[in-house]
Design a protein. Sequence first.
Length: 84
Amino acid sequence: EDVGARAFAFAGFGSLLLNPSKRKGLPGLFNGLKREARGSLGLGVGMPIGGMGMLEFTFAQPVWAQNHDLRQRWQLGLRLNLSG
């Protein structure tokens, strides 16, 4: 019987800046974004929940992080299907 479970892989990349207006022009802004960037790769499994969405369990491995970052590798998530 097919329960509709699916396996998936993902990649994430992002960057945040505090006080971007204090950077010295575009070069300062881009250097700050590069310095604060983070990235991760991961795998997951999703199970449908009664036509409402998916219950997902994921594992991520940081590939670009800072020593002071808190790392949350395992995650349980709920993806809702809100289309009418």
